[in-house]
Design a protein around this ligand. Structure first.
Ligand SMILES: Cc1ncc(COP(=O)(O)O)c(C=O)c1O
Length: 387
């Protein structure tokens, strides 16, 4: 069995051979000794984001003042077009706006209106809280039934499902599961929060029609950066979205008496978008696109394999899938003292990870910034603290 030193040496070798190693220099790193393993909650800031936000404030806000809205107005759609190839969508099918929670609410409600004859919404009871709470709140308001799990879909109106599990990192096969739901007559709203920027998502190839996700994790868009909505082109004009805000209005500045929704993806917008965070999201999306989503995924697989190797060598338990094709970007170490160990990792070992109920130490590997050495240090530290 390899020792802790062997693992740290192996990590240094991996780092030296990593084809993406130069991308870490594109990020603003305050403490190079910190093993940051939480990029799946909040990605690190790209250097260009600092410059771009500064420029936006000086030139476009202070200098351009209200005139800058001329080119700000369609930013949610333009940034959506930049994001589209990363998730297998076409230009015109993605808008970057609001939050994942708001966008989920909007898409679930709009999808339900396309299946008025059905009254069941299916969701995994272990899915991320905001997804479950939104489903529950809509169901309570509309008298719908919430079905736990996806075994039976023949009476389901809408399936709400994460592509990558936020705890175990297990990947759901969106091609097979979209096809199964559609064959049963259900619509699917995919949550890509733990996939976007990490894994090439083939929304079109999967026949997926509706999806949301966030940009502050693997896309490094910044704290509270706006989320995204994807709607397949042929469905956009059929969606009766619940927020009739003025940014979704045809001929917005005519200030007309009645709401007439736009025919394009702009109909998913609600109110005035926050430019500072949108431009930050744009920078993160740009960096990801330039590095290449296939190369990012390839490194993510290597990081995951290495993390599992470390766990095995150190005797740590994990419920993260071993099959590369079924494993997303983080590694979950199951430990009875996880809650106490996570703050100690930070205080005693400069390892920043996070805790998830009930017993998960989540080590998020963000391929553009995470080093193999970070993974080795984190797992060795968990082993040391638990011995
Ligand atoms: C799967 C999933 N959905 C949604 C969210 C968060 O939604 P919001 O961006 O609205 O806070 C998260 C945050 O971690 C998430 O993991």
């Amino acid at each position: 069995m390899p020792t802790a030193d062997d693992l740290l040496n192996a990590a240094a070798d991996h780092d030296a051979r990593d084809p993406l190693r130069g991308w870490r220099d594109e990020f603003y790193v305050v403490d190079p000794d910190l093993a940051y393993l939480d990029g799946n909650s909040l990605g690190m800031p790209p250097k260009r984001t600092l410059e771009r936000v500064d420029r936006l404030m000086r030139d476009e806000w202070a200098g351009g003042l209200i005139r800058s809205w001329d080119h700000w107005l369609d930013m949610p759609q333009r940034v959506g077009d930049q994001l589209a190839p990363l998730i297998g969508a076409d230009a015109g099918e993605v808008a970057v706006h609001d939050s994942t929670t708001i966008n989920l609410y909007q898409l679930i409600r709009a999808a339900l209106r396309l299946r008025p004859e059905r009254s069941v919404v299916a969701i995994d009871p272990g899915d991320f809280p905001t997804d479950r709470y939104i489903v529950d709140s809509i169901a309570a308001a509309d008298g719908l039934t919430v079905r736990a799990g996806f075994d039976r879909l023949d009476d389901v109106a809408v399936v709400v499902r994460s592509m990558i599990d936020y705890r175990t990192a297990e990947i759901t096969d969106i091609v097979a599961e979209t096809a199964r739901a559609h064959a049963a007559g259900a619509l699917v709203v995919w949550d890509l929060s733990h996939a976007a920027g990490l894994h090439p998502v083939g929304l079109h190839d999967a026949g997926a029609q509706l999806a949301v996700g966030c940009t502050y994790k693997f896309l490094n868009g910044g704290p509270g950066a706006p989320a995204f909505t994807y709607v397949a082109a042929d469905l956009i004009s059929q969606l009766d979205e619940p927020f009739h805000g003025w940014f979704a209005q045809t001929d917005q500045f005519a200030m007309g008496p009645n709401f007439l929704p736009r025919e394009d993806i702009g109909r998913m917008l609600a109110g005035t978008p926050g430019m500072l965070s949108l431009v930050a999201a744009q920078c993160g999306i740009e960096v990801t696109s330039e590095a290449g989503i296939e190369a990012i995924r390839a490194k993510s697989i290597e990081l995951g394999r290495f993390a599992l190797e470390c766990c095995d060598a150190l005797g740590l338990d994990t419920s993260t899938p071993r099959d590369d094709a079924r494993r997303g970007g983080h590694l979950c170490v199951n430990h009875p003292d996880a809650r106490e160990l996570v703050p100690r990792l930070n205080a005693e070992h400069k390892v920043l990870a996070d805790f998830r109920e009930p017993d998960v130490i989540r080590l998020g590997c963000s391929p553009l910034t995470t080093r193999f050495t970070d993974v080795a240090r984190a797992t060795v530290a968990v082993a040391e603290l638990s011995s």
